[in-house]
Design a protein around this ligand. Structure first.
Ligand SMILES: *Cc1c(COP(=O)(O)O)cnc(C)c1O
Length: 472
């Protein structure tokens, strides 16, 4: 499988190279040159497979020329295997890995929060860490991962890479501006290759520092930086699997299934779009946003202009532009890298941009969209608790509400993705007049665990000096 850039000017890469590449040299994002295709019969033959065994089928064609199937199988068993397969050292706390729960007639919750950091990002980053280690071992290379986080990505990246022998990981978070649970989930993972840096600044400061570090890596003395943010292709690839899994559990592929996805950087829902492109019968894909609603504005009103960032109760969806949307635009523009590049230049130039009517029509065929503000989110958390005693985290609540508003019929199963456990974001739950959720059993002692973290000034030189010193 070859991967090509959405801007058409960078060399095509294989999976191994894409895994380590991050952005393409022309500023674009890598996508498969051709999407693997599965027939209905083939998908039907996977009914009843465990999550891990299904993942092997779905992921194999993406990595085929880089990772032998036996090695891939072992990596996937380690990542998504159940207690029986992993001798009790399973990563996900639920043997179904991604269980479905019924909320209402034909409305389902896909629980993606049973991983070590209680959010769906574990699905991608647990696999990414293992794939990186495998590839680096083979190449006899060591790399440095550097990332900025406002919460979820950082902890999931650290959990995913903590056992990687060939990776040093530096995660920057804004000092005293992440929730206690989120901080503890990062800083209590102790290892010589794990470095938590609390920066005396805000999330944008952290992100800026990471960007500048990627642009000039000389401070690393020859080591290479690798990105684990959601533009990394391997993350998207991993997320395709649970769309197949949910569909097969609800009568697919002999029946269409719809999905509603709380969306920030458009990574998670883009995986659903790919699943559909690979042959999975998907009826609706609903994009759900908070008031940082550039995607909803684009789909509903052809307005793709960045607006000022608003801090909401669903912080993991607080974005100004959605980086992975470029991958969809590339398809909407007939995979024309030049046209995609021009469109992105206009958008990034701050002029905003409109899609050509035919492209917009295609986007609307593929996606419905909905936006919910904080007040609506709190109300809906209260409503759903009253209806079913189900406590939703704020991101998930936006997705479930969107599912109910946007669904076109009641016969098609509608699956809303539950992207985080409510304990990670207790504020809206309390504001909804409900009791603050409790930590699940496997994390009960989180607040008693030792923390390790270095507080640094909001100063790039200081960060680089610290990193160089830690790397020896
Ligand atoms: C990251 C995240 C999202 C948004 O996912 P994207 O792939 O960026 O669209 C939604 N909910 C939670 C809890 C997250 O951590």
């Amino acid at each position: 499988m070859k991967y090509i850039s959405t801007r058409g000017q960078a060399p095509a890469l294989n999976f191994e190279e894409v895994l380590l590449a991050g952005l393409a040299t022309d500023g674009g994002l890598y996508v498969p040159e051709q999407l693997p295709q599965f027939s209905k019969e083939e998908i039907a033959s996977w009914a009843g497979l465990s999550y891990a065994d299904l993942a092997k089928k779905v992921i194999a064609p993406f990595v085929a020329d880089t990772i032998p199937q036996a090695d891939l199988d072992a990596i996937i068993d380690e990542t998504y295997g159940t207690r029986a397969a992993t001798e009790g050292k399973n990563v996900f706390a639920h043997d179904a890995v991604a269980p479905l729960k019924q909320l209402d007639s034909n409305l389902w919750l896909l629980e993606l929060f049973h991983g070590p950091t209680l959010a769906f990002k574990d699905f991608a980053l647990q696999l990414l860490g293992r794939l990186l280690d495998y590839v680096l071992e083979k190449r006899n290379e060591r790399v440095v991962i550097m990332g900025a986080t406002s919460g979820d990505t950082g902890s999931a990246a650290i959990e995913g890479c903590k056992r990687c022998d060939n990776v040093d990981i530096f995660i920057l978070h804004p000092h005293q501006r992440v929730s206690d649970v989120q901080r503890k989930q990062m800083t209590t993972i102790i290892g010589d290759n794990i470095h938590n840096l609390a920066i005396k600044g805000n999330f944008d400061d952290c992100q800026q520092m990471v960007k500048q570090s990627f642009a000039d890596q000389s401070f690393l003395g020859g080591r290479k930086l690798v990105a684990v943010n959601s533009i990394n292709w391997a993350r998207i690839m991993a997320q395709i699997v649970y769309y197949f899994h949910a569909s097969l559990s609800l009568g697919g592929p002999h029946r269409e299934v719809s999905f509603a996805v709380p969306t920030g950087n458009f990574g998670d829902i883009f995986a659903g779009y790919l699943a559909k492109g690979m042959g999975l019968p998907v009826k609706q894909l609903v994009v759900a946003t908070n008031v940082n609603d550039i995607l909803h504005r684009c789909i509903s009103a052809n307005d793709y202009s960045p607006q000022e960032l608003v801090h909401t109760l669903s912080p993991s969806m607080d974005i100004m532009v959605s980086s992975n949307f470029e991958r969809l635009l590339f398809d909407l523009y007939g995979r024309d890298g030049k046209a995609t590049g021009e469109l992105m230049a206009r958008m990034n130039g701050g002029q905003g941009a409109e899609l050509e009517p035919a492209r917009l029509a295609k986007a609307r065929e593929l996606f419905d969209s909905y936006r919910l503000d904080d007040e609506g989110c709190i109300d809906y958390i209260a409503e759903m608790f009253e209806r079913s005693e189900e406590l939703l985290d704020p991101h998930t609540a936006i997705g479930v509400k969107a599912a109910e508003v946007c669904r076109r019929d009641s016969e098609t199963p509608m699956v809303a993705l539950a992207t985080a456990h409510p304990v990670k974001f207790p504020e809206p739950v309390v504001k909804a007049g409900l009791n603050s959720p409790e930590l699940p059993h496997h994390l009960e002692d989180l607040f008693d665990r030792e923390e390790r973290c270095t507080v640094l000034d909001n100063d790039l030189a200081a960060v680089h000096a610290h990193m160089a010193e830690q790397l020896g």
